[in-house]
Design a protein around this ligand. Structure first.
Ligand SMILES: [Zn+2]
Length: 217
């Protein structure tokens, strides 16, 4: 199986990607982790990436594709892409590269979350300023409200999780992803899954959708 996940930050891609990999024995290719590892490795590519990340810039499409190309073509197993592709040029280059390697994507799963549930996921997040533990008032509450379980520090809301910032992040995502979603929808092997409910319910729906898709092949 070769699967790509699309979805806004907070849609649960990382968690669900892990569970998909466990269920079907696939490799989780999380672009964020791969970027961080390459940057830390000190390779020539890693050093180029460092320049962009340390200056707060997006890593350009050609570097991103080159990085992911190495990871994908080295694999003997199937995979789940998480966080890549993120732009239309990345998707088009990826598509060409996978066809040339005779390993096209078999399914693109588009995660959608209703806006209220998505806002709640960010706005309910609390962080410990001392040990950096992350809590959530719904899904992972501390034992005492507002207090870190580990060191008793007062929990804070990160700047990124404030409602105004969250709304802006979601809007930016939708703007940049719209052409990508249209591209994959027109290619086929594209399915949408609503990930507004609990993590376990979403996993159930996602695994069902994948099983059904591959049974139909
Ligand atoms: Zn703490």
């Amino acid at each position: 199986m070769r699967i790509a996940l699309l979805g806004p930050p907070g849609s649960g891609k990382g968690t669900q990607a892990q569970r998909i990999c466990e269920a079907f024995d696939l490799v989780h290719l999380a672009s964020g982790d791969i970027l961080r590892a390459e940057k830390a490795s000190g390779s020539p590519l890693g050093n180029q990436i460092r320049d962009f990340i340390d200056n707060g810039l997006l890593v350009p499409d050609d570097l991103m594709v080159e990085l992911m190309r190495q990871k994908i073509l080295d694999l003997k197993k199937g995979f789940v892409l998480d966080g890549f592709p993120r732009t239309l040029p990345q998707a088009q280059t990826l598509n060409r590269m996978l066809f040339e390697a005779d390993r096209p994507l078999m399914l693109v799963l588009n995660f959608v979350v209703n806006p209220k549930a998505l806002s709640r996921r960010f706005e309910g997040r609390r962080v410990c300023p001392v040990c950096l533990s992350v809590y959530h008032i719904d899904s992972l509450p501390p034992q005492n409200p507002g207090i870190c379980d580990l060191d008793g520090a007062k929990l804070i809301i990160r700047e990124d999780d404030r409602p105004e910032v969250v709304q802006k992040r979601i809007a930016t995502y939708q703007e940049t992803m719209a052409p990508l979603i249209a591209y994959y929808a027109q290619l086929g092997n594209f399915k949408t899954v609503d990930t507004s409910s609990s993590i376990d319910d979403v996993t159930h729906a996602v695994l069902e959708k994948i099983r059904r898709h591959f049974e139909d092949e």
